[in-house]
Design a protein around this ligand. Structure first.
Ligand code: SF4
Ligand code: SF4
Length: 298
């Protein structure tokens, strides 16, 4: 699917200016880099605001945060988690239950910076086609890593998990981990569009499960204003989630994007020159009125 304009988001650039058309992207990069910086200032400068890594951390020596997927793998190996690990997982589940499970992908995961870069370069070089896999593949892999943990008695996935590997590597040194991250970049660039994050990564799959009923959602609230430029489809890492909320008014579909695979990244908000997309709660029953009418959107 390609947009009529040569430059994706050109209409948004013209309408809103560069900052207005990159606001959510910039906020996400600030979030991702700030989280990395919080982990880095300890080892680099001895300022231990946060100790640990994305699997388990302790903020200000007080607040534990536990990756629920690591805890789940640990549980299926038969390990009994410590109290702090359980408190940490409750905090994380509550947080992503509010902001969307896959907000982890868009706002926290360092691999997302790599895959976004590959995707942007792929668009710039106009690389098309390539391999395909069902998007459900990631859920099968998620099941596989749990089975592996149960049968081996160890958290085998963590030996090769690129998310943990990149995060730990940026803090303590990457070593051969760069090979894996480089392979993911090249895979997304040449082999499969959004191949890793959109089809394979079991971490993203897991976070989509825990955010299934999350509160904050993106909505095509002003979908009547859509001019079919298709820029939102082009930049969306999970473009299948947009179609019905944006185009399903005649079928009575809600404009709220309820798919758990929407990452709440906000890129659709950035690149839309008509400001079709907004952040709402999943309970929004009366989205803002359509542009130019007094009638409710649904
Ligand atoms: S899908 Fe996986 S690698 Fe991609 S952003 Fe999400 S957790 Fe990170
Ligand atoms: S629908 Fe919008 S917020 Fe959701 S993943 Fe796609 S671009 Fe990001």
């Amino acid at each position: 699917m390609s947009a009529p304009s040569n430059v994706v988001g050109q209409e948004a650039l013209d309408a809103k200016g560069w900052l207005g058309a990159h606001r959510w992207l910039l906020l996400r990069r600030v979030s991702q880099l700030s989280i990395l910086a919080l982990f880095l200032v300890g080892p680099l400068f001895g300022v231990w605001l946060v100790k640990g890594n994305l699997n388990y951390s302790l903020t200000l020596n007080t607040v534990p945060l536990t990756d629920p997927l690591v805890l789940l793998q640990s549980l299926v190996t038969g390990h009994t988690p410590e109290r702090n690990a359980l408190i940490g997982v409750v905090i994380v589940l509550l947080f992503y239950g509010l902001v969307g499970g896959r907000a982890y992908c868009a706002w926290v995961c360092p691999v997302n910076i790599v895959t976004d870069a590959a995707s942007a370069l792929r668009r710039k070089l106009d690389i098309r086609g390539g391999g395909d896999l069902p998007r459900e593949t990631r859920y099968w892999l998620l099941a596989l890593i749990l089975v592996l943990a149960a049968t081996t008695g160890g958290i085998v996935w963590e030996l090769v998990n690129p998310v943990s590997m990149l995060h730990r590597g940026l803090i303590f040194g990457m070593g051969a981990g760069w090979l894996l991250i480089g392979a993911i970049f090249l895979f997304e660039l040449f082999v499969m569009k959004r191949g890793w994050c959109g089809h394979i990564c079991p971490v993203g799959a897991f976070y989509s499960v825990i955010g299934r009923f999350s509160v904050l959602r993106v909505s095509a609230s002003k979908r009547e204003a859509c001019n079919n430029c298709l820029d939102c489809f082009v930049v969306c890492p999970e473009q299948q989630v947009i179609r019905l909320p944006l185009k399903g008014a005649a079928k009575g579909c809600s404009p709220v994007i309820l798919s758990p695979n929407c990452t709440n990244c906000g890129r659709c908000i950035d690149v839309c020159s008509k400001d079709v997309f907004t952040i709402v709660t999943r309970f929004s029953s009366s989205p803002p009125n359509p542009v130019g009418t007094d009638k409710p959107a649904l």
